[in-house]
Design a protein around this ligand. Structure first.
Ligand SMILES: [Fe+2]
Length: 473
């Protein structure tokens, strides 16, 4: 007897291209999507990893595609469209990588590099996150070109605004007072500065809130925010701005790990922009702040923390496609006490966790109890959806053999009393079936409510947001 053919259950398919643009009115749904859930899960992520003969090198480099799962009356429609812009145009029309990505460089000559030093040409490959700003929807990455798009058609509609710097984050925070956003930018030059800026819901010109000089800026993927403070955490993974401009190396390969500097946490006063308090702790690294808030004279800052920046090199595509494992992140709480300058760090959960989400509308800048995210399984990739109870450090999990869930986005139930009353929406790769599905879980016990099948695989993506529009299909 011959052995049955091996069924692929490893996650590598999540790192292979899927460029087909589709518009599907009704996905096949099993289970029951809650009737109250009305709106669209909007996501961005890499979808294409080759351009002509060239291969993009890192998970963060892939050319962006927007995804829309629209839920109404228990039905789910799906659409996806490549993010239109100059990066995609160069790839489609000229078959070349024309702009530098996170870890892939277009191999410019020294002359061209000096030229672009004075007039930088950034990629508009906004493949990291999306946000709603007033009535606008914007796709974002760390290059300073946030791209507005139409929620229904997913067509790009130009640059939304111009951040006041050359580097920014795709993790802005809500400014509750204005309904606008606050974000970070690094202004690079002979005198570089860290900046925070505000943008109102209907504005296109940012207002700088705070500017802090820095010689070698740290890599910054997100930041924290409390009612009174902006929380800037400088991990010792830093760059010399001149080398960034002239080295010819891909962007992230200019950063250096300098553990002797430790990690510096600065609290900036949101009213004055001044650096109000500064703390120092051991060297570490993080992509994602989870939440920050003030309680009993302390500022509590939760992050998914790694001992060093090795996770960035873990995410090169060659490694991932070979099935290499990635570093696990620990949910870590920093307790900062401005009165005496002390800082204490503690681990909050008995599981690793990445791509963290909270009940943001309710808990942003305020105490939270629950954190949802993805955790590793036996493959060394993210295989589980977890819910952490930060009060007792325990967690519960959802998983299914051969399935690889993405970031679980929390959507609160209407009129919810409890913090965890609502659903989680996660795009899951079913490796054996070679396709993906939208999973709807009860956020409180991670029980499965429904799944909606997509007829093809969706490459692993980073972040998305749920845009509520319950009255409209
Ligand atoms: Fe992120």
């Amino acid at each position: 007897m011959s052995a049955p053919p091996a069924v692929a259950t490893s996650p590598e398919l999540g790192f292979s291209s899927q460029e087909r643009e589709v518009e599907l009115d009704a996905l096949e749904v099993t289970g029951e999507v809650p009737a109250w859930l009305g709106g669209s899960l909007l996501r961005t992520g890499p979808s294409r990893f080759e351009v002509g003969e060239q291969r993009l090198r890192h998970w963060f480099d892939g050319l962006a595609m927007l995804h829309r799962f629209t839920i109404h009356g228990g039905r789910v429609s799906y659409g996806c469209r490549s993010l239109e812009g100059r990066t995609l145009a160069a790839a489609r029309d000229q078959g070349r990588i024309a702009y530098g990505e996170f870890a892939t460089d277009p191999c410019r000559s020294l002359f061209k590099r000096v030229q672009t030093l004075f007039a930088p040409e950034f990629s508009d490959n906004a493949n990291v996150n999306v946000m709603r700003l007033g009535e606008r929807y914007v796709a974002m990455t760390e290059a300073p070109i946030p791209v507005q798009f139409d929620r229904r058609t997913l067509r790009a509609a130009g640059v939304a605004y111009k951040p006041p710097g050359e580097l920014t984050t795709a993790h802005p925070h809500l400014d509750r007072a204005s309904g606008g956003m606050i974000n970070y930018a690094a202004k690079l030059g002979p005198r570089s500065t860290y900046r925070f800026f505000h943008l109102g819901p209907d504005e296109s010109t940012p207002r700088v809130l705070s500017s802090m000089p820095v010689r070698e800026p740290a890599y910054m993927h997100s930041f924290g925010q409390t009612e009174r403070f902006l929380v800037l955490v400088e991990f010792p993974f830093v760059v010399n701005p001149l080398s960034l401009a002239l080295s010819g190396r891909p962007y992230i390969e200019n950063y250096r790990w300098r553990p002797e500097r430790g990690t510096i946490v600065t609290l900036l006063d949101r009213n004055t922009g001044a650096a109000a308090h500064r703390f120092q702790t051991d060297a570490c690294f993080s992509f994602h702040h989870v939440n920050a808030f003030e309680r009993d004279g302390e500022v509590l800052v939760d992050m998914c923390v790694y001992p060093d920046a090795k996770v960035i090199s873990d995410l090169y595509l060659d490694r991932l496609r070979d099935g290499a494992t990635i570093s696990p992140a620990a949910l870590t709480r920093y307790r900062l006490r401005p009165a005496d300058g002390s800082l204490r760090a503690s681990t909050l959960a008995d599981t690793d966790i990445e791509l963290p989400r909270i009940n943001y509308r309710r808990c942003h800048e305020r105490p939270h109890r629950y954190v949802w995210g993805n955790a590793q399984g036996g493959s060394g990739w993210l295989e589980r959806i977890v819910k952490v109870d930060t009060e007792d450090g325990t967690h519960i999990a959802w998983s299914q053999e051969g399935c690889y869930p993405g970031e679980p986005v929390f959507v609160a139930a209407p009129g919810a009393d409890r913090e965890d009353e609502g659903v989680l929406l996660s795009v899951v790769l079913d490796a054996a079936a070679e396709r993906s599905f939208l999973l709807v879980l009860d956020a409180s016990d991670l029980g499965e409510l429904a799944r909606a099948q997509v007829p093809h695989h969706i490459p692993f993506s980073f972040h998305g947001q749920f845009a509520s529009h319950p009255e409209e299909g």
